[in-house]
Design a protein around this ligand. Structure first.
Ligand code: ZN
Length: 373
């Protein structure tokens, strides 16, 4: 069996089973390690699974991996936990170091291959330190161009609709529609429940889970090293570290410190409701004496140029429309789903190999520099 087949699973159930199976191995180093499965919707089999262990002597630091906040992106994340258990775990000193691994913050999205959760919420636009941080009508341009961003009927001819979207978006590259979409991508929109980049109406259950976990880790450990695994953003087949502006270190400083080529900073002014942002704010406001590294790690798919951006927006819009309104033709339905997979979990051997290779690089650079492995 190829490495990519061992690590990169194809169904939520298979991925969760593999994750739960790590517990025995982890117990060899952390005998008190435990697995918790928290149900996200009552009566459903969607669970957020956590493997947690305190340090065996003293809680100096913790390695925290979170995965699947964006559903479908969780398969690559689960592979990182698996890699860690196979290749890096024995390099960690369990006497001083605890572990916390979370499988599928958005289990419904992971199972159903969507990026958003069961309420169409982008969970990284839902996690606010101060609850009323954002006015509901934050995104005026989005609202004005909502005929483009909201589902407006069954897909009838995807080729044609795709072409129209490309034209609308590219000719409008400088006008309100495009900038509305661009800013919605960053700061979400809070008016249209069926629209893309919806940030929700208050904390989703997954967000409550995330906030509780972040607080617990800051309370329990002096140093917290958090890698939140994602896909799609950044250069194709490469890893990108995406860091909150709340972390005062500049991109150059981070680049020098960790020796990673692709490091981006995002600003809380442009990006709203991101969970690592929340983590950094929580630390700054309530745990100033703690040391925290919390960043997103992305495996790039489409790339970073203008065409890639258009393809990305078009894919997100068409998938959302398909979800709400369906497609007249089965071929069109398949095409949209495939394109969505190409964006977030490509069935492409080269990409899958790059996830493992670049994932190892990210783990070694971050955990190595932070002296936990
Ligand atoms: Zn993501």
């Amino acid at each position: 069996m190829k490495d990519t087949e061992i690590y990169l699973k194809n169904t939520y159930e298979e991925s969760r089973e593999t994750f739960r199976g790590h517990l025995d191995k982890i117990k060899e180093n952390w005998p008190e390690a435990e697995l918790f499965a928290e149900s996200i919707a009552e009566g459903s089999d969607y669970t957020i699974d956590t493997i947690y262990a305190d340090a065996t002597e003293e809680n100096e630091q913790v390695i925290f991996f979170s995965t699947g906040l964006h559903g479908i992106e969780g398969y690559a994340g689960a592979a990182m936990v698996h890699l860690f258990v196979e290749e890096y775990m024995d390099k960690v000193d369990p006497e001083t170091t605890g572990i916390c691994f979370v499988h599928a913050i958005n289990p419904w999205g992971m199972k159903n291959l969507r990026r958003v959760n069961e309420n169409n919420v982008d969970l990284n636009r839902n996690c606010f330190y101060k609850p009323l941080d954002v006015p509901r009508d934050i995104n005026v341009n989005y609202s004005e161009e909502r005929n483009v961003f909201l589902p407006n009927g069954q897909l009838k001819d995807v080729k044609k609709e795709k072409q129209e979207l490309y034209e609308q978006l590219s000719k409008g590259a400088l006008d309100e529609g495009y900038s509305g979409l661009k800013s919605a991508k960053g700061m979400g929109q809070f008016e249209f429940e069926k629209g893309v980049y919806f940030g929700g109406n208050g904390d989703e259950p997954s967000t409550e889970f995330v906030k509780k976990m972040q607080r617990k880790l800051l309370e329990s450990f002096r140093r917290v090293i958090h890698m939140d695994w994602h896909t799609a953003l950044g250069p194709t087949n490469e890893i990108t570290m995406l860091n909150s502006e709340v972390d005062s270190r500049s991109g150059e400083e981070l680049s020098e410190k960790y020796g990673l080529e692709n490091i981006s900073k995002f600003s809380p002014e442009d990006v709203k409701g991101d969970s690592t942002n929340h983590f950094n704010e929580l630390k700054r406001e309530e745990f100033p004496d703690r040391y925290l590294v919390s960043a997103l790690f992305e495996f790039g798919t489409f790339g970073t140029d203008k065409m890639a951006e258009l393809r990305e927006f078009t894919t997100i819009i068409l998938e959302n429309q398909l979800y709400w309104e369906g497609a007249e033709k089965e071929d069109d339905r398949q095409w949209v789903l495939k394109e969505f997979e190409n964006m977030f979990y490509p069935d492409d051997e080269e990409w899958r190999e790059s996830v493992l290779k670049e994932g190892r690089l990210g783990i070694e650079k971050i955990l190595g520099e932070e002296k936990v492995i």
